[in-house]
Write a protein that binds this ligand. Structure first.
Ligand SMILES: Nc1ncnc2c1ncn2[C@@H]1O[C@H](COP(=O)(O)OP(=O)(O)OP(=O)(O)O)[C@@H](O)[C@H]1O
Ligand SMILES: [Mg+2]
Length: 250
């Protein structure tokens, strides 16, 4: 891991009416790290990720991606720069096969318009990387299954394959284990562990065991503000964090 800052966020503010969902938020991500973001419900985690992706624009503050100011850059141009988001956003096409869905993502990652999707079916340049992405998430055996026939956990894996197919430099994961049973959750945890070092990851997750196992560093978000960033053991030991969020049982 280098010490290069892939992402720097300074003084981010985002209000919804009178509520400051993001309130002077400061954050940074070192290239190659998994940076966990934890915090209570409504702390502003998803709002933060939406601003990193470009789906929401902040009221104040700045977001630097590899030194470039992307604060006001539209989402599709951030995607071109390697920002990919999985979960709570990707729409799978239920009547298409798993492979076809990933091929569309590969095509998007290559900068082509989805309007030309019909050409995708015959294009080995799309099928090859799509199979690689499916294999990475352990879903290649379901390549020809129609999405409507996949289970919930498999759909989650497929969404991650679609994000990976775009070869992201920065992968935004918003609760990848949410709604999964123990077995699928454990498989997803293993998968994220295998991605470590291959891409930089912002990992939002309520499953504390998974976050503390996976993350190189953890930031604690409370009421729209990062109250602590540190190594997992530092965060676990921090009194303010315990009081604000973790409780004393952890
Ligand atoms: N589009 C919106 N309009 C108005 N209020 C919003 C909007 N999006 C989020 N909020 C509010 O902003 C606050 C932060 O919400 P956010 O979804 O970012 O929290 P979160 O940390 O992701 O929570 P959770 O852990 O439940 O996913 C909440 O009070 C929420 O109700
Ligand atoms: Mg959320």
């Amino acid at each position: 891991m280098t010490d290069r800052r892939l992402l720097e966020v300074k003084g981010l503010v985002k209000s919804f009416g009178g509520l400051k969902a993001t309130n002077d938020l400061n954050f940074d991500l070192i290239e190659g790290e998994i940076h966990g973001v934890i915090g209570p419900n409504g702390a502003g985690k998803t709002t933060f990720v939406s601003q990193l992706q470009g789906q929401l624009l902040p009221d104040l503050g700045e977001i630097l991606l590899d030194g470039e100011d992307v604060t006001r850059l539209p989402a599709h141009l951030r995607a071109r720069r390697g920002v990919a988001r999985s979960f709570q956003i990707t729409s799978l096409v239920p009547s298409f096969t798993a492979l076809a869905n990933v091929m569309l993502a590969v095509q998007g990652g290559q900068g082509h318009s989805f309007r030309f999707w019909k050409r995708a079916w015959t294009d080995d340049a799309l099928a090859g990387p799509a199979h690689v992405a499916l294999a990475t998430v352990g879903l290649d055996h379901k390549a020809n299954a129609v999405v409507a026939d996949l289970g919930h956990g498999e759909c989650r894996q497929l969404e991650l394959a679609m994000a990976l197919a775009m070869k992201p430099r920065l992968l935004l994961l918003d609760e990848p284990m949410a709604g999964m049973g123990r077995k699928d959750g454990a498989a997803m945890t293993d998968l994220v562990a295998r991605l470590k070092g291959r891409t930089s990851i912002v990992l939002i997750e309520h499953d504390m065991e998974a976050v503390f196992r996976l993350a190189d560093r953890i930031s604690v978000l409370v009421a729209g503000r990062v109250i602590k960033t540190g190594l997992p053991e530092e965060v676990r030991a921090d009194e303010e964090v315990r009081a604000a969020y973790l409780g004393h049982s952890h």
